[in-house]
Design a protein around this ligand. Structure first.
Ligand SMILES: Nc1ncnc2c1ncn2[C@@H]1O[C@H](COP(=O)(O)OP(=O)(O)OP(=O)(O)O)[C@@H](O)[C@H]1O
Ligand SMILES: [Mg+2]
Length: 255
């Protein structure tokens, strides 16, 4: 059963120049379904509209048209608190969620208190468990983000999202800035999380080799449209679309 569905999603941005304002359509009649417990990858070249779609599905921006259905209910911004918590985003830039001038612990404690996810006295143990599952320890909480590596920051970013007990993770280019071995570790971590927590993950990347390792299913996007969709094996072994074939022929980073 699909947990999140996007129907007929359209989005344009205004391009303003000195002389005129024009509309640039970035998403065209997008339909997609994220199944419960699956890892669905969204791939496509830079500028194809992946982040715009991710931000719409994560309710950070509104589409011009279309509907987003979560667990059978059509949702609109602003979301109810529980829906807001259920759909969490992890960004390429960890500083979107970890405050550079606060310790990691401060950044992680705040939403847990605000949303009363666990009792105050249990927060430390709760975080210790999550940090451990994500290959980190309580010591990391006393550090400032600038004193951590890119891989550690992304793990913390994942811990922050998981701490809110989401049903869906939307991960937008979270391994793009990482070296290959570290990127592979993060991919492995996401798979473990999906297997253990049965969370559904939308994994956005233009790195097809990493997508091959993580995704159950793939959507191929170009110029705001989904050109091809299918099981990961199908897409890699028998791509139908010429653009998909071209993408696959480009150098795979993690092969
Ligand atoms: N806030 C904005 N205002 C105007 N145009 C935008 C805005 N955000 C994105 N765009 C444009 O929309 C198009 C799609 O951008 P988007 O960031 O969704 O692509 P992407 O597939 O995520 O690319 P990348 O792989 O580089 O992250 C691009 O042409 C981009 O310039
Ligand atoms: Mg993007």
């Amino acid at each position: 059963m699909s947990i999140l569905e996007g129907k007929n999603i359209e989005k344009s941005y205004k391009d303003r120049t000195f002389l005129k304002t024009s509309h640039h359509q970035v998403l065209k009649d997008i339909h997609l379904e994220l199944e419960e417990g699956e890892i669905l990858a969204l791939v496509g070249e830079s500028g194809s509209g992946k982040s715009t779609l991710a931000n719409i599905l994560g309710f950070l921006i509104d589409p011009d048209q279309g509907e987003i259905i979560y667990k059978g209910r059509s949702l609109k911004r602003p979301l109810d608190r529980q829906d807001r918590l259920d759909i969490q985003m992890v960004f390429q830039d960890p500083f979107m969620t970890l405050h550079p001038r606060k310790t990691v612990g401060q950044s992680l404690y705040e939403p847990l208190r605000l949303h009363k996810i666990v009792q105050e006295e249990d927060i430390k143990d709760y975080l210790a468990g999550l940090l451990n599952q994500c290959g980190l320890s309580l010591d990391h909480l006393d550090r400032y983000p600038r004193a951590l590596s890119g891989g550690q920051l992304q793990r913390l970013n994942i811990v922050r999202a998981l701490s809110l007990k989401p049903k869906i993770l939307i991960a937008d280019e979270i391994i793009t800035a990482l070296d290959t071995p570290i990127a592979l570790e993060i991919i492995q971590l996401l798979k473990e999380i999906r297997d253990r927590e049965k969370i559904s993950i939308l994994f956005i990347s233009h790195d097809l080799a990493s997508v091959r390792r993580i995704a159950d299913r793939i959507l191929v996007m170009k110029d705001g449209e989904i050109l091809e969709r299918g099981q990961t094996q199908e897409i890699f072994q028998a791509p139908k679309n010429a653009y998909t074939k071209k993408l696959l022929a480009s150098i795979p980073r993690l092969s």
